[in-house]
Design a binder for this molecule. Structure first.
Ligand SMILES: [Ca+2]
Length: 86
């Protein structure tokens, strides 16, 4: 499988892994996002206030959950931050 396709599928699988923890499998709740941060980014796991701010930033349409498109935007932003572009 081409590497980029592989990476994109990994991104979707990661989203599905955490979004699938409650009844609403198509989006991520704040609790699911907290799980993702704790498990995938142990160094970034902050307090509740930081989580609230982070969740609000991700939830672009303000419907109280993080969809896959919103998550992809987060991943792209994170990548740019890691590359030092923003
Ligand atoms: Ca949303």
């Amino acid at each position: 499988m081409p590497m980029l396709e592989d990476q994109l599928k990994l991104l979707k699988n990661t989203f599905d892994k955490y979004a699938g923890k409650d009844a609403d499998k198509g989006s991520m709740s704040k609790a699911e996002l907290a799980d993702l941060l704790r498990e995938e980014f142990p160094g970034m796991a902050g307090d509740k206030k930081q989580l609230d701010a982070f969740f609000t930033g991700l939830d672009g349409d303000k419907d109280g959950k993080v969809s896959f498109p919103e998550f992809v935007q987060f991943a792209a932003t994170l990548l740019l931050m890691l590359m030092g572009s923003i």
